[in-house]
Design a protein around this ligand. Structure first.
Ligand SMILES: C[S@@+](CC[C@H](N)C(=O)[O-])C[C@H]1O[C@@H](n2cnc3c(N)ncnc32)[C@H](O)[C@@H]1O
Length: 548
């Protein structure tokens, strides 16, 4: 008591902590703003100095909640349940906590003793929370050996100014990957690549093919890069000779799925997407390459511009390309030697790497969570669903991927959408479901489904004289049954449409058939979880009917 009174009289100052404010450029700006206001949160915090640990922890909780909102992405926001303050995903958690850490670090150097004590409590709490995010992710791959070609790449990189705390190992599940050669602490640079080693459209401009390509209509810089890489790959005088030498001769992505793997995917959206993507690339190739090597055989030698070579280049850029803001401020798709060896994880170490530092003229890969010596250092390829990862990268990540969603499009009844029906087509509204095991809500009548989907279905299915509610209200039981029946009527045929894959040899499947089967299993698991949740919802309604 006396201690508290003494602290109160000593309190003359306030420590102000500011998170970055919401950006109006954020497409989710207004939704996030509403969330912040609705939850009585803010991005500016005043901490009385001195404060005791409980007081600081109370404010810390508010700071974390606000930061999580700041970094919500579209899927996370869509599935956010009532009264859910997070965590929402590993990515969101690491982005939020690292921003908090930066905010604290910027204040520590000029803080007075009482303020410093508060900041240190906050810093320790943030680091502990980041460590606990990493500790929950235990799905480690085991390094098998250290490939010779990768050592050669690192040696070349070192001679060209690449600085790294990583070495390259081979993993059965993912091919090559990067491993920490020493402990890498939060905020440390795991890898630094000079801008001069980053492969971008600038290299096409410097090459002999640019004079031809610039005269052609409709050739995007992405296509130019494909054409450039097809030739550079075999150029014995290339500055990037070692880089190209260490790339796989064959990539294994959805774009090179064989006929059996495609057959195993029948009944899924991914099946259509893969066929369309490959068809699109084939059309691009046919429209461009035969003309180029017929007209300019010296610049575009036919043997380097086959369809297989074109597909190889597409797979290279899709699976290794990174969006980078270069020192001239332009956003480009680039290949970054050595960084291209980092594998993806749902709980990555490296999240923020998209901008060349204009002072050092280098791209720095800082870790957002601790990476212990010998541990694989993962990158985030983005918040991507399994279907995208299969198509462009050829794998499904381990663990629960919060971005694995099944889209659901509904026609909007005309009364609900008068203005957008001018085309004569019924307007559509898009929703999603994901595995209901990801839901944290224990509230009745939420079924592990997203609030916007339930609100939409309740609004279109509600019995005529009942007022519209986003949430279930006891009396509207008829609507509730209709919602659950509708979902069952959508998802039961979807499950049947996936067919039976039991007759496919699961003992010794090829890499692509295995991936196709794993993907179908994932879809089945999601759909079954929705059906189970709906069935449980109906049982609950039956029970409450009996009880009343
Ligand atoms: C940018 S490269 C990473 C280096 C690559 N492992 C190699 O050996 O060249 C991307 C490719 O790595 C593999 N990969 C990345 N993350 C993976 C993961 N979590 N599980 C399995 N394979 C992964 C996929 O083959 C993907 O197309």
């Amino acid at each position: 008591m006396a201690e508290a009174a003494e602290r109160e009289t000593k309190r003359s100052e306030m420590l102000t902590l500011c998170l970055p404010s919401l950006s109006e450029d954020d497409p989710l700006f207004s939704q996030k703003k509403d969330l912040v206001h609705g939850s009585d949160l803010t991005f500016k915090f005043q901490v009385p100095v001195p404060s005791n640990r409980e007081e600081v922890f109370h404010i810390f909780e508010q700071i974390v909640r606000s930061a999580r909102i700041l970094y919500l992405d579209e899927v996370e926001l869509y599935f956010m349940e009532d009264d859910d303050y997070g965590p929402f995903s590993c990515r969101n958690e690491l982005e939020s906590l690292n921003t908090i850490l930066l905010m604290i670090s910027s204040l520590i150097s000029c803080a007075k003793p009482d303020g410093l004590e508060v900041l240190q409590i906050l810093q320790n709490a943030t680091v502990a929370m980041i460590n606990s995010v990493g500790a929950k992710y235990t799905d480690y791959m085991v390094a098998k050996d250290f490939p010779v070609d990768a050592k050669e790449l690192l040696k070349w990189g070192d001679s060209c100014g690449i600085r790294t705390k990583l070495k390259i190992a081979y993993f059965e599940e993912a091919g090559r990957g990067a491993v920490a050669s020493e402990d890498i602490k939060i905020g440390d640079i795991a890898l630094e690549v000079p801008e001069s080693l980053i492969i971008s459209e600038e290299h096409v401009r410097e090459s002999d093919m640019f004079d031809v390509l610039k005269e052609l209509d409709d050739v995007s810089s992405e296509t130019m890069l494909l054409l450039w890489s097809m030739k550079e790959r075999r150029n014995s005088n290339s500055k990037f000779k070692i880089y190209f030498k260490t790339l796989p001769e064959k990539f294994k992505t959805g774009l090179t799925f064989g006929i059996d793997a495609l057959a195993a995917l029948e009944g899924t959206l991914l099946f259509e997407e893969l066929l369309q993507a490959k068809e699109h690339l084939r059309q691009q190739y046919d429209a461009l390459c035969p003309t180029l090597f017929a007209k300019y055989p010296k610049i575009f030698p036919p043997e380097l511009y086959t369809w297989d070579c074109y597909l190889w280049a597409c797979e290279l850029w899709y699976s290794n390309g990174m969006k980078i803001v270069c020192s001239d401020g332009k956003l480009r798709t680039c290949l970054v030697p050595v960084a291209g060896l980092l594998n993806h994880s749902l709980c990555p170490h490296v999240l923020r790497y998209g901008r060349v530092n204009s002072e050092t003229k280098s791209l720095k890969f800082l870790v957002s969570r601790h990476c212990g010596e010998g541990e694989q250092c993962y990158l985030s390829y983005g918040s991507l669903p399994g279907s995208h990862l299969i198509t462009f990268y050829g794998f499904l990540p381990k663990g629960d991927n919060p971005y694995d969603v099944i889209p659901l499009d509904f026609d909007v009844p005309s009364a609900e959408n008068d203005s957008s029906c001018q085309s004569g087509e019924p307007a559509r509204t898009s929703h999603m479901v994901r595995g209901t095991w990801l839901s944290k809500s224990s509230k009745p009548h939420t079924y592990g489904l997203s609030p916007p989907l339930l609100a939409h279905l309740r609004s279109i299915l509600r019995s005529s004289d009942i007022e519209l509610h986003a949430e279930f209200h006891g009396q509207d039981e008829e609507t509730e049954r209709a919602v659950l029946d509708t979902l069952i009527s959508v998802f039961s045929p979807m499950l049947e449409g996936l067919g039976d894959t039991n007759e496919i040899d699961r003992e010794n499947p090829s890499w692509d058939v295995k991936l196709a089967l794993d993907y179908k299993d994932l879809l089945r698991r999601i759909i079954c979880s929705v059906l189970d949740s709906c069935a449980a919802g109906i049982r609950e309604l039956d029970l409450s009917l009996v009880q009343h």
